[in-house]
Design a protein around this ligand. Structure first.
Ligand code: ADP
Ligand code: MG
Length: 711
């Protein structure tokens, strides 16, 4: 090491931290415990925060119960046991103005950490005891002999016995010995996005000359993380396009035209433009892989139907995959209804035509019927198949599957996509349209679905009555809710009551829904026709309850969240959600979307109190907004990104700095850059960006890597 060429991340990954002065065997083991083995690990072991030394306060000026930071020297350390047997370490600090007594309970190791003469920064709440200032269990950072106005504070590991100042010392040593970090990002891109150079960024993030500089450094390094991820996603997208043959659908639009003529309304401009995107994809040479986002009630179903019609018009087949049997049933009924009397040319009949055939595969379908459907799929006389994920199973053989619509609940990933191979005509791969039930934040869409094209339905059909959302926090508000349910029933309208989310199991949830059904039927809702729907009921029973509700034979449906997605009963005007605080924002919004689908005013009532601040904010957000895209952003703010990324990005631990929440703008920019890098390289992606390619290979997860090098 030492002077020489600029070091790449790959170079740094090849140098062990043991090469640094001051890292002995013991420290090596400790560092390894926090995941630091190479110099790369060390320089990307980023500060947790910064101390601005000019910000600290003189002990003598501290007022009782304020939060304050103090920089002082350890004068005296004493360890003893309290009467209850807990260990107590008492440390006296002095900063030239006065003394501060700091007490630590059950942290005996503090006596070793805070030795006499050490410089420490403590942060905590000031207490006063017998005229003397003190703090209990404050946050402590050892500053050591590091100088500078701004000091980086690293995650310390008490267990591994590593302190922030030790890390700081090693990092400084590493930065001294790497004379220059090379920069894989072309200068023109750095310039146009106003990004700092990487060498500067690595030095400033650890040793900032100001907090502004630290921030700028963080932006650059976070950008790098996002670019690496986006490059993988964009490459995957391009690789799929290149390596797979799609079906060039013939998009005459005869059936779609017929559908338009049949609808009692005109499609919204957003629906029309989504259909344009989709038909352009389908006419093209590559398989479509598109995400259709739209708020609850924006009319995604019709857009999806347009895609299916395009496929079947050209002699191919369509499939609709939904998360539950109840939904499969419903979609089947809706699609069959909309396509009633539709015909396709057929040489086997006298008229030269045959009716379009839409079939359902579910548990309710008997063996004989199932065999008939399967054979129709194989010979091409079944045009559209609706079902759960089972419909892409091995035993289901399509004559020529042209388009798959996925009403998304689980991610339709790389593995699932593989099951599509072989179901299309010849070696062509069917087109895929993925729909989300509720919008997801823009940055999440770009990341979780970063290898898909996106269409957004940003418009609701006209004439929708806004849904009034009320949070009924107490019992008197709650009794008004049941009054409302009765009043609506008297007007011939219907209500849903969704029972509390029970985490333990579907079984427990079902049991509690049954109990609630009994309670309400005998109490608040006595005299009304109240039905029960839960996951543990036999499928046929579920379906017949849904039928009764749809046909208006029930006034109220008490249910678990099985009705969450997609159920469409325009006559339903009230949604009551019990213990609403237990549901997430998206789920609540989705449930609320079950009403307000007809011409009547609708209400959504949230029951229950908020135990936590976050719950309060969540429910208030629902009351304040009916806009799913807005709520998706609120949700990201409240919950952070872990829940959204889910297992998808778990494999790649390359997102150390970047956050989908804090770095919204940066995610979009990184995606732009990724497209420009990948596309500029022509047929061999990243050929002109070898260093970046190497970094990706080094830092991203297995699945990502595999794609990178397969293509
Ligand atoms: P989502 O996007 O939530 O899946 P749906 O496709 O279920 O929404 O549509 C919601 C309701 O709106 C359905 O009853 C549908 O018939 C109706 N709808 C769809 N498009 C329009 C439109 N352009 N004008 C009026 N109503 C529409
Ligand atoms: Mg729908």
């Amino acid at each position: 090491m030492g002077a020489g060429d600029p070091k790449t991340l790959t170079d740094l990954a090849g140098i062990g931290v043991g090469r640094l002065a001051g890292v002995g065997t013991k420290n090596l083991a400790a560092l390894s415990e926090v995941g630091v083995n190479s110099l790369l690990d060390l320089v990307t072991f980023y500060p947790r925060r910064y101390l601005d030394r000019t910000n600290h306060r003189a002990i003598a000026e501290l007022a009782e119960s304020e939060q304050a930071m103090v920089l002082a020297t350890v004068r005296k350390v004493a360890t003893r046991r309290t009467r209850s047997g807990r260990s107590l370490v008492e440390v006296d600090l002095h900063d030239g103005s006065s003394y501060l007594r700091v007490s630590f309970f059950n942290q005996a190791w503090r006596a070793r950490q805070l030795q006499e003469g050490a410089q420490a920064v403590v942060f905590g709440k000031v207490e006063r005891h017998m005229g003397r200032r003190q703090m209990t269990n404050p946050v402590v950072d050892l500053v050591g002999d590091r100088t500078g106005r701004i000091v980086a504070v690293y995650p310390q590991s008490d267990k591994a016995g590593i302190s922030s100042w030790q890390v700081g010392t090693w990092v400084s040593e590493a930065l001294r010995r790497v004379t220059e970090f090379s920069d894989p990002l072309p200068g023109r891109i750095r310039e146009s996005y106003g990004l700092a150079g990487r060498d500067w960024a690595f030095r400033q993030i650890h040793n900032p000359s100001s907090l502004g500089a630290a921030n700028k450094a963080r932006t650059r390094l976070a950008f790098d993380e996002l670019v690496r991820l986006q490059v993988v996603l964009v490459m995957r997208k391009r690789a799929l396009e290149r390596s797979s043959k799609g079906i060039r659908h013939n998009v005459e639009g005869r059936l779609l035209e017929r559908l338009r003529g049949r609808l009692p309304f005109t499609l919204t401009a957003a629906q029309e433009s989504a259909l344009e995107d989709i038909t352009a994809d389908m006419a093209g040479a590559y398989p479509m892989h598109r995400l259709l986002q739209g708020d609850v009630g924006s009319g995604k179903t019709l857009v999806a139907l347009g895609a299916l019609l395009t496929a079947i018009e050209g002699g191919h087949q369509g499939a609709v995959m939904v998360p539950t049997e109840v939904l499969a049933e419903q979609h089947h009924a809706a699609i069959s209804g909309l396509l009633r009397d539709f015909t396709l040319p057929s040489s086997g009949t006298l008229t030269g035509e045959r009716p379009v055939s839409v079939e359902l595969i579910s548990n309710r379908v008997g063996a004989a019927q199932r065999r008939r459907i399967l054979s129709g799929l194989a010979d091409g006389t079944v045009d559209v198949l609706v079902g759960t994920h089972a419909l892409l199973g091995e035993t289901v053989d399509f004559n020529s599957l042209g388009c798959v619509v996925i009403d998304e609940q689980h991610r339709f990933g790389v593995e699932q996509r593989a099951t599509l191979r072989g179901k299309g005509p010849g070696d062509a791969i069917p087109d895929v349209l993925v729909m989300t039930a509720t919008p997801i934040p823009r940055t999440a869409a770009m990341t979780v679905y970063g290898d898909l094209d996106t269409t957004i339905l940003d418009e609701l059909p006209p004439g929708r009555r806004p849904i009034t959302t009320v949070w009924a926090r107490d019992t008197s508000a709650e009794s008004e809710v049941w009054e409302k349910v009765r009043a609506e029933a008297a007007l011939g309208r219907q209500s849903y009551v969704v029972c509390p989310l029970v985490e333990e199991s579907e079984k427990v949830a079902s049991k509690s829904a049954a109990a609630e059904w009994e309670r309400l039927s005998a109490g608040e809702l006595r005299g009304l026709r109240v039905g029960l729907l839960h996951g543990q009921m036999p499928v046929t029973e579920k379906q017949s309850v849904m039928d009764e509700f749809r046909s208006g034979e029930l006034d109220v449906l008490v249910s678990t969240t099985v009705i969450e997605v997609g159920v469409d009963v325009p006559n339903a005007t009230v949604m009551v959600i019990e213990d609403a605080g237990r549901f997430g924002v998206a789920q609540l919004h989705q449930l609320r979307g079950r009403v307000g689908r007809g011409e009547h005013d609708s209400w959504c009532f949230l029951l229950g109190t908020a135990q936590a601040d976050e719950t309060e904010q969540r429910l208030q957000a629902l009351v304040a907004s009916n806009d799913g895209f807005e709520l998706a952003e609120v949700d990201l703010d409240l919950r952070g990104e872990g829940t959204i990324l889910g297992s998808r990005q778990k494999g790649s631990n390359d997102l150390k700095l970047a956050s989908l929440r804090r770095d919204r703008e940066l995610v979009a920019q990184a995606r732009e850059v990724a497209f420009s890098l990948v596309d500029a390289d022509g047929p061999t992606p990243l050929s002109a960006h070898g260093e970046l390619a190497a970094e990706i290979g080094l830092l991203l997860g297995e699945e990502d890597r595999e794609f990178l090098f397969k293509s």
